[in-house]
Design a protein around this ligand. Structure first.
Ligand code: TXA
Ligand code: MG
Length: 310
């Protein structure tokens, strides 16, 4: 705890100086900077090699600062009460006099906002008088990081401070809900869309081909930059095999996402396992068929995008 406090102090110092800091969240690690500063947010795009047109999510401690920056509505308040802090992001209308840097929104009048639940990052946000813009802390289109070590592997010496909050407990990014008009899920993630649908009693259907610039819709994304094949029953000899169900046969090529066929656990282990397979220098990954429900749907969404890499 003491260690955490001194690290938080250090992080505040860095952020106040417009530097980027790696931060833990329950979904994935973020590459954070002062969302009100154009100098700080420009550094995020540069480090991540992220196209300027791809807007960032801004992380708040609570509603106090948010109300200065965004228009809030009833759907938002309802979801906020139930799911925040937690693995969900909301698209809201930006206020004209908001302090958010234009870099964050790509000059648009909407903002993605999130209230992360990780205690270390909440502690940090509480002590700041600005919110933090933080995309996932990976080079654009690659696998998102779920530990301090993963972030270090992405940026090396280019990023001098990463807070250590252990392994991310959800392990996949937040669900993004567009609340500008009727609620609509733009990205599948940490809160399964069926839950939101049931809670709001609304069809919040996730549309793969939305007209909006939709998150993570680049063709190749979440990619280990290795060939990846889906719905495989029998892998090739040389392939890494990612699977859910225990097999009788043991093999050093087998990588279990869950020990007991649990989809939530599988999502938590997904990015970690992809990184491990890459580290072991496999040239190809085969994945067992994953049931397309709840966290399984999120896993399939990420793997589908990863499989575009040829
Ligand atoms: O779990 C998460 O959401 C993590 C952690 C660090 O909070 N963050 C994250 O950020 O996944 P990022 O930048 O990797 O993905 C956010 C996505 C982007 O693909 C972007 O296109 C979309 O959110 N986005 C941001 N602002 C938007 C807006 N105003 N309208 C629609 N999509 C938006
Ligand atoms: Mg990302």
């Amino acid at each position: 705890m003491k260690n955490n406090l001194s690290n938080i102090k250090k992080a505040i110092k860095y952020l106040d100086k417009n530097k980027c800091v790696g931060i833990p969240t329950e979904t994935v690690y973020g590459l954070a900077a002062n969302a009100y500063s154009s100098i700080a947010t420009a550094k995020i795009f540069k480090l991540k090699k992220r196209p300027k047109i791809n807007p960032l999510i801004v992380h708040y401690y609570n509603l106090k600062l948010l109300k200065r920056d965004c228009e809030i509505n009833d759907f938002f308040l309802k979801l906020y009460k139930k799911y925040s802090p937690g693995p969900i992001s909301y698209i809201l209308k930006l206020k004209k006099n908001s302090l958010i840097s234009k870099n964050v929104t790509n000059n648009k009048n909407t903002l993605a906002v999130r209230f992360p639940g990780h205690p270390l990052t909440r502690n940090l946000l509480k002590k700041l008088n600005y919110p933090l813009a933080a995309p996932s802390a990976n080079i654009s289109t690659k696998i998102s990081p779920v530990s301090k070590k993963d972030v270090k592997d992405e940026f090396g010496k280019k990023l001098s401070l990463i807070l250590d909050g252990g392994q991310s407990q959800i392990g996949v990014e937040s669900t993004i809900v567009n609340l500008i008009n009727k609620p609509q899920v733009l990205r599948l993630g940490g809160i399964p869309k069926e839950q939101i649908k049931k809670y709001l009693n609304l069809n919040v259907e996730y549309k793969k081909k939305s007209k909006l610039k939709v998150p993570g819709q680049e063709k190749t994304h979440y990619s280990p930059y290795i060939k990846l094949r889906l719905n495989i029953k029998h892998p090739e000899k040389h392939e890494a095999f990612m699977l859910l169900k225990k097999r009788k046969k043991l093999s050093s090529n087998y990588f279990y996402l869950s020990k007991n066929n649990n989809l939530r656990e599988a999502a938590k282990n997904l990015y970690k396992t992809l990184r491990l397979i890459k580290k072991k220098k496999f040239r190809s990954i085969a994945v067992e068929k994953i049931p397309n429900k709840g966290f399984g749907e999120v896993i399939n969404d990420r793997l589908k995008r990863a499989s575009y890499f040829k």
